[in-house]
Design a protein around this ligand. Structure first.
Ligand SMILES: [Zn+2]
Length: 162
């Protein structure tokens, strides 16, 4: 079994639909639930991965359509990292997460599935999870689980503050 840990590679499954950038969520919150946007900040937001590496796999992205983290401005850098810390608190509460893998893929060469709009991955981990977690490229989570997890995460985000 290949134990190289590379969940970001699963991202390609999510692929953009109809050429619309899935990370350009705009200001209208009407579609937040269907898009799995769980929390919004002023400059950035948190979205669930529809095909997660593990239950609770989320991504944090700036609203601006940027392909390079070097283009981020200080207020965006700060808020993305505040949301990262908040996400850890939420995942500890909701999923009893014991650890996290957090990372970026920047540029096509990095293996980013959607390189045009940068996003930070945050993946909750549990001691021993590699023994049973599916880490194959065809990992799927049934929609009911996604919706239930969405409700739990969105509720927790609304109760915590930065
Ligand atoms: Zn975009």
């Amino acid at each position: 079994m290949d134990r190289l840990w590379a969940p970001w590679r699963l991202e390609y499954i999510q692929g953009p639909e109809n050429d619309r950038c899935i990370f350009c969520v705009g200001e209208d919150t009407a579609e937040d639930q269907s898009r799995l946007v769980v929390a919004r900040g002023e400059h950035s937001y948190v979205i669930m991965n529809r095909y997660p590496y593990s239950n609770g796999h989320m991504m944090i992205s700036p609203y601006r359509h940027l392909s390079d983290s070097a283009e981020l401005e200080n207020h965006e850098i700060l808020e993305i990292h505040q949301l990262m810390v908040l996400s850890q608190r939420v995942l500890r509460e909701v999923c009893a997460a014991q650890g996290f893998n957090i990372g970026w893929n920047i540029g096509q060469a990095s293996g980013a599935g959607i390189a045009d709009h940068i996003h930070m991955h945050i993946v909750p981990r549990w001691v021993g999870d590699s023994n049973f977690m599916p880490i194959l490229a065809d990992t799927r989570v049934i929609p009911q689980h996604i919706e239930k997890t969405y409700s739990l995460l969105a509720k927790a985000f609304s109760e915590f503050s930065l």
